[in-house]
Design a protein around this ligand. Sequence first.
Ligand SMILES: *Cc1c(COP(=O)(O)O)cnc(C)c1O
Length: 452
Amino acid sequence: MAFKTIIEPFRIKSVEPIAWTTREERVAHLAAAHHNLFLLPADAILIDLLTDSGTGAMSTHQWAGIMEGDESYAGSPSWVRFRDSVQDIFGYAHVIPTHQGRAAERILFGIVCKPGDVVPNNTHFDTTRANVEFTGAEAVDLPIAEAREPGAEHPFKGNMDVAALEALIDRVGPGRIPLVMLTITNNSGGGQPVSMANARAVQAVCRRHGIPLYFDACRFAENAYFVKLREPGYADQTPKAIAQAMLRLGDGCTMSAKKDGMANIGGFLCTNDDALAQQEENLLILTEGYPTYGGLAGRDLEAIAIGLQEALHEDYLRYRITATRYLGDHLTAAGVPIVRPPGGHAIYIDARAFLPHVPPEQFPGVSLGCALYVEGGIRTVEIGTLMFKDAARHDLVRLAIPRRVYTQSHIDYVVEVVLHVWARRERLGGYGLTYAAPFLRHFTARLAPLKG
Ligand SMILES: *Cc1c(COP(=O)(O)O)cnc(C)c1O
């Protein structure tokens, strides 16, 4: 199509009012929340970009599926539809439903990892890292060098450093590596895609050493669309064919259906290994549920079965990727420093570069996040010194875009608010902690603006 206006590939049948508040009210809400956006009541937020996880809008087709949900404890037809939809796309022999992605991670790593093992990944998501480390194994991130530079452009910044993988295997030996994982798209690395060529190269190394390859497949559809747009030879293939080809390079996957499953809850674990699947199902029964529902309602299984297929629709993916890029490119054009190029599900503002006068120990990401809320009612999330303490390499503010929830005019509004704060950035100051929990402190921390 020749027209350049992005339109949503859907019309709206049911609407949910959002909360208008005054600046004064937001200042009061923020003070009551101790300047931690996690502690705000969600109904005091106008545009909520905290996360794209479980926050999407379901289609009429999915809501119809919800009504068709069969709640039989065992052997529900909803389970059959779920399994068939997953296998159609993912192609693995065994499908194990779980209540979220992290439950799939806990079961997988709980079985395959032991103390002293090493799990390489392009970049571990935080729950993935935590589940690896909980078993006593070491989680090693092997992103390509370009991924360390927020401003550097690269079409596949989510790729794994294949030479570093080979070196790691040589150093620790394949016997200590129960699996290699590729996260598509690379969430913690800025929502950046992994190329088919990189996945093939990683698979070849894994095969040579007899190590299984698993995908953290949360954004498999967005990754497939980036391959179509950017990798030579894929322009004429459907996102579904590309996703099928990439996932078939692996021996299994973990998945959060709250992302490209287009559902509000759910996940699954897949494997081609019969013996491993049996162990996984036994553990599933112990903590999640019977293998034909795995902690989900029959109606959730229906919503996911349909959502996985909808996530691969090309008109949806075009809108999704274009809308995210639109936000990123408008910020870049105005000089706002962001992680480049724009990823699939989120834009990450570089808060250290945005507020160079606020040192990392005064939480520039918190300062920027609070200003976006006070000025425009927008909620974002800090990914930086508050979240990772001294280990933070960057101070980023993530604007995650829920699926099919906000329209083009909402995005235009977000751009306007960010530019308003950008114009006044010199007035923003640092923050200090008044309370911090011993771990995962960002969820419950309390902060106060520093005087000065
Ligand atoms: C969200 C996410 C997970 C964990 O899934 P939950 O459903 O939140 O437990 C794992 N990996 C990646 C890349 C994710 O984005």
